[in-house]
Design a protein around this ligand. Structure first.
Ligand code: HEM
Length: 121
């Protein structure tokens, strides 16, 4: 595979759109929406953090400078069900943006690998 995942997701423009859709999905998904009501950051700031994180993690040019995944979710007591709901939201956003199955699988695998850092810490 010659192209980076970053390129195959549509570069900075595509990933910015996907990240915005993921956060919008969280805000309307009843399984997790209460978590996003009283955040320290605004939804737009979260979209921006998510996009930068994603761009950095898929081989793009940005360098994410936010918290690491343990630090970002510490003390939230996130459940396995909530974690799955966030993965559902991510997959729905990828499908909405016409991302292919292979790329969806790659993103899902990377997100799933962060499970232990995010759950019940
Ligand atoms: C692999 C899955 C996940 C990834 C990659 C991820 C990624 C991120 C990132 C990059 C931030 C911004 C951190 C910062 O810059 O300070 C963030 C914040 C946040 N995440 Fe996650 N997250 C994931 C799962 C979850 C889950 C399952 C929940 C809860 C249902 C959740 C709830 C939140 C909340 C509420 C914030 C904002 C915290 C605040 O500012 O008050 N995340 N996440």
């Amino acid at each position: 595979m010659s192209n980076s995942l970053y390129e195959r997701l549509g570069g900075t423009e595509g990933i910015t759109r996907i990240s915005s859709d993921i956060v919008d999905n969280h805000l309307t998904n009843p399984s997790v929406s209460p978590r996003f009501q009283n955040m320290k950051m605004s939804p737009d700031e979260l979209k921006n953090a998510a996009a930068t994180f994603f761009i950095t993690g898929t081989g793009g040019p940005e360098v994410y400078q936010g918290k690491d995944m343990v630090g970002a979710h510490k003390g939230m007591n996130i459940s396995a069900v909530e974690f799955m709901a966030v993965l559902d939201d991510a997959l729905a956003a990828l499908a909405k943006n016409n991302i292919g199955q292979r790329e969806q699988e790659e993103v899902l695998f990377v997100l799933y690998s962060m499970r232990e850092q995010i759950l019940l810490t």
